[in-house]
Design a protein around this ligand. Sequence first.
Ligand code: MEV
Length: 438
Amino acid sequence: MSKPVSGFSRLSKTEKINWLAENYLQSNPAAISTIKQYWNTDEQLQKLHDEFIENTVSNFYLPLGIAPNFLINESYFAIPMAIEESSVVAAASKAAKFWSERGGFKAKVLNTKKIGQVHFTFKGSFSKLNKLFQEIKPELLEAVKPITRNMEKRGGGILNIDLIDKTAELENYYQLFVKFDTRDSMGANFINSCLEKFAEVLQEKAKAHDDFSTEEKDLQIIMSILSNYVPECIVRAEVSCPVEDLSEDTNMSGEEFADKFIQAVRIAEIEPYRAVTHNKGVMNGIDAVVLATGNDFRAVEAGIHAYASRSGQYTSLTHAKVENGVFKFWIEIPLALGTVGGLTSLHPLVKLALDILQRPSAEKLMEVTAVAGLAQNFAAIRSLITTGIQQGHMKMHLMNILNQHKATEEEKTEMVEFFTHHTITHSSVIEQLEKLRS
Ligand code: MEV
């Protein structure tokens, strides 16, 4: 039984690793060398990574892949994707090529508002609170000037601030509901700093308000925090082509393909079990770009799934139709992304990913990311309604199985050749490898 540890964060890195090995890794004699194997030999670079979080013991690698040939609003992009799932980059590249021959992707940012809230309780009437709020609004805005000054220089800042009465849902509960424009930064720190200042001033002003009773003066701040739900920070991406142009490399006519494709999307629109998997395919593309560009994929995931449920039922993020012989497939999603601040100037691979994308603005990155999601969803549905998903998936997964079984380079070449003509399953790969080895 391992014992709890106190003051762990104050131990040196070596002490932390030794403690971990002694307490949790006795069954793994190679543990310490595995941990150290992933340290960077450049000590400065390793220190940079160590300091991103607390209690770093090693680095956790993910492949960084490139999906080239994305034609978006008439310009070509090579999209960096950080992801472990074998088939994702291959699928994105295939969809990119397919659509680059059909006019490419069109993408547009519809709006870029971010939201933050001060949640507080007030034991008094809305009208009294509102009177105070209207009086102190200029002071609230003045108090955050030192925080907003730079953002305002860049064209952003606070867009508006409202008092919301939530007492019908929860006793004494009110909010300051604030909208922000954070330009090219994701803006979490900026938003939270503004909110905490608003909260401080609001509480002070209530306390000092002559017309308030003792109970009313006791306004309690519960919390001040941005919302990761950003339904007014929306990007739209779409592809379209004449129905007959859809038939390439499938055994279906363009019309059959479009019918089946639209039916697949409709199923995801009305059936939550399918919608979740359908959207998971979308997120394969989105998360990979979000991660490669140093953005917060948990925030993006939470916000997108909330948006997918905004009608009260979880539904598809993408939609498709045929109109006047033209097939149209599109996505509209909330994406709060940044291309300055955060990890963007710290993590060398994030800087590189942003260089690959030609140093995009946050809006351009929203467009590219939405396109990656749409492309991924197109590739998945295309496989699902034609060959089935396993053919492409197992082709990419073959290398993982071979690596698991420590195949040599020669064995890999022979196996890849063999399985270009045979169906790949986990057991067929092992059987063939055993045959080869005997
Ligand atoms: C696998 O990572 C993603 C898919 O399941 C998506 C889908 O079913 O649409 C293939």
